[in-house]
Design a protein around this ligand. Structure first.
Ligand code: ADP
Ligand code: ZN
Length: 431
């Protein structure tokens, strides 16, 4: 059993008390780090004087920049001897940052991941194949320890080598998989090449998808193609990795584990709190971390809070799926848009495969938007392509107000990378 009922369904008032208690401890710990001790002194903040959760509003935000400037040990709260593990971000947006964990931190992290997977329905009897990267990246080891805690048999396959992934699934009756959504879709092609049916020739029943933005339509495509349940898993290295927010069986928003993370949603421009239901940047404060506490860490990730309680009975609040990072926002011909909006439109066309790319260029001093998409099968009649191209362009224009050029390419044309999918190629003149 990994249903931590007392914590997961705790009365809200009790949960807030627990948070306050843990916040106090965290702030006192933070005061032992080179970075926060200096900051607290500068703003005359006394961590022993904290009375309410709102008191952290006095503390300035921490961002990736500070982490980079004070790399590697500026946020360490314990002697280095107490650290048992180091992890690092994937470096999607620049120089990777490092995070240090004590035994307690690793234990708590494994617990959060186990709790998350159990919530989604994973059990001891499951065979769990973890296709995420092992090593510095948090996706591999993070899920690994959580799955072992539940008592599942873990196949630490790591990423890539698609034929072998499928062979492992078949030989060991894998029932649950942790996978990048883009890779789950790519794997479908490999099933096809091997003349196998992912619905019948493997025993999969659930996947955990995360680490990169994906649309609801992408989830549905994965669920329908494999005939499985797909659960959204959100996390970031700075907050351990996976196990920060996760979907329950209702698949309607992700429960943020509030016993371990205090979170705020702010307007990224004014930095003021956003009301529930309105989109903003997620900001986290760790509540149960010894090695490297972070106070008001700006994730750049955009989401909103679901104000209503979840029918599953858990009291930890839910956030929407992540729309992307605020630096994913594209400004094309002066219009703002997110790659996710384009994906949402594309996935509604049954003729379209699972791989696409957004290409930006400058033509005669103007931005030009091209959406390159793979199509599933080839048609003899050119008019079919013409029609499809027009329909896609119109649907995208309705969504983002700009008419893109649509480039239909054969299945398998767009280069795939191991790791997080690259969806945007910006070749515009920067001058
Ligand atoms: P990097 O920031 O270098 O990519 P991480 O490996 O720590 O390093 O990745 C964390 C980031 O991945 C998050 O901040 C978020 O942008 C993205 N991410 C993680 N899980 C999800 C998810 N379920 N949906 C959308 N984006 C996600
Ligand atoms: Zn729920």
């Amino acid at each position: 059993m990994f249903w931590e009922k007392d914590i997961e369904t705790m009365e809200i008032s009790e949960l807030r008390e627990l948070q306050l208690d843990r916040l106090r401890t965290t702030l006192i710990r933070a005061n032992a780090t080179p970075y926060y001790s200096q900051l607290f002194k500068k703003i005359s903040f006394d961590p022993t004087e904290v009375r309410t959760l709102d008191d952290i509003q006095e503390i300035p935000f921490t961002s990736k920049n500070e982490l980079r400037e004070h790399y590697p040990y500026g946020f360490l709260a314990v002697p280095r001897d107490e650290i048992v593990r180091m992890h690092s971000s994937s470096g999607t947006t620049g120089r990777p940052i490092v995070v240090f964990h004590t035994i307690h931190d690793i234990e708590n992290w494994a617990n959060l991941v186990a709790r998350s997977m159990y919530m989604a329905g994973a059990r001891r009897s499951d065979v769990f194949q973890n296709t995420m990267g092992y090593g510095l990246f948090t996706g591999g080891l993070g899920f690994h320890y959580g799955a072992e805690k539940i008592g599942m048999m873990v196949i630490p396959s790591g990423p890539g080598n698609s034929q072998r992934q499928i062979a492992l699934m078949r030989e060991f009756d894998t029932t649950a998989v942790h996978i990048l959504p883009s890779y789950a879709l790519h794997l479908l092609d490999v099933f096809k090449e091997l003349s196998l049916d992912p619905k019948k020739d493997v025993k999969l029943r659930m996947v955990f998808i995360g680490a990169e933005p994906h649309s609801e339509e992408m989830r549905k495509k994965i669920e329908n193609s494999y005939d499985i349940d797909a659960f959204n898993s959100y996390g970031l290295s700075e907050m351990n990795g996976p196990g920060v927010a996760f979907e329950c069986p209702f698949k309607n928003g992700l429960h943020v584990w509030e016993d371990s993370f205090l979170f705020e949603i702010i307007d990224p421009q004014t930095m003021k709190p956003m009301p529930d239901g309105e989109e903003g940047e997620i900001v986290f404060t760790t509540l149960n971390r010894e090695g490297m506490p972070f106070i008001r860490y700006r994730t750049r990730d955009l989401a909103y809070i679901y104000p209503d309680p979840c029918p599953c009975g858990r009291t930890h609040r839910r956030i929407s799926r992540i729309k992307g990072r605020d630096d994913d926002m594209l400004i094309i011909k002066g219009v703002n848009m997110f790659p996710m909006q384009i994906e949402t439109v594309l996935m509604k066309f049954p003729e379209i495969g699972t791989n696409y790319q957004i290409i930006l260029e400058t033509k005669e001093h103007m931005d030009e938007l091209t959406v390159e998409v793979e199509i599933l099968s080839s048609a003899d009649d050119m008019r079919i392509y013409e029609q499809l191209r027009r329909h896609i362009a119109e649907a995208i224009r309705d969504e983002v107000l700009i008419t893109p050029r649509i480039n239909l390419v054969q299945h398998g044309t767009i280069k795939r990378v191991e790791g997080k999918a690259v969806r945007v190629i910006d070749n515009r003149d920067k001058s």
